[in-house]
Design a protein around this ligand. Structure first.
Ligand SMILES: [Zn+2]
Length: 218
């Protein structure tokens, strides 16, 4: 059995990238000290879940990746269930899911998936890995990289800042929404037009919004 903390480390390595992840990055992401990270990575290495390379960083083994993807599947299924069945707001589901993701059984996971008819995306638009635990495609352009006049559709929004989520929701910047870039200010601010309003977003917030190119009308 892996502890919730171990699972969180594997998830963090998975989410921080395909390449080697540095101890310092992990320490910052998990809000712990570097020696703590080094210690835990040693344990995960002994169990064959990560590979460490001196001065480079850490990568997941195949087994480690499978564990990470399963935790992500739990997380996103739980978020979808909380939002759809229990009427949670999309800004509230992440913290609950962060706790519950480590504790549900395979049976529970299957039942939640079945109850929601195998959902493909969580309330923030992130892809829910399938039961085969293949890592889903999660690349994509973010709003802060666009230019004036670009028209895009919001695909997903990073899920971990409740205040940002509430703000984006209030202004219609949600998965599926069409947005057009009205103005890019030279000081790290981008103004986008949604259906019925304009909203200015600092780059830091715009970076959490993943978009896809809008289909040109035929
Ligand atoms: Zn989440």
């Amino acid at each position: 059995m892996l502890s919730p903390v171990m699972e969180d480390y594997l998830k963090a390595v998975y989410q921080l990238g395909d390449d080697e992840v540095r101890t310092s990055e992990l320490a910052e992401h998990l809000d712990v000290s570097q020696p703590t990270v080094t210690n835990m990575l040693e344990k995960l290495d002994e169990r064959g879940l990560v590979e460490r390379e001196k001065y480079k960083g850490v990568t997941l083994t195949e087994e480690g990746r499978t564990v990470a993807v399963e935790v992500v599947r739990h997380h996103r299924l739980i978020e979808a269930y909380l939002a759809e069945a229990l009427d949670y707001d999309w800004s509230e589901v992440h913290d609950e899911a962060d706790r519950l993701e480590h504790h549900i059984s395979e049976e529970f996971e299957e039942r939640v998936a079945a109850a929601l008819d195998d959902p493909e995306r969580d309330p923030h638009g992130a892809p829910i890995p399938g039961a085969d635990l293949e890592p889903p495609e999660e690349d994509g352009e973010t709003l802060d990289t666009l230019e004036e006049g670009d028209a895009v559709v919001v695909e997903r929004v990073e899920d971990d800042d409740a205040e940002v989520l509430r703000y984006l929701d209030e202004h219609g910047v949600v998965p599926g929404a069409k947005v057009e870039v009205a103005e890019v200010a030279p000081f790290g601010m981008i103004t986008v037009r949604t259906d019925d309003e304009e909203v200015a977003l600092p780059d830091e917030v715009a970076r959490s919004v993943v978009v896809e190119a809008a289909q040109k009308p035929v």
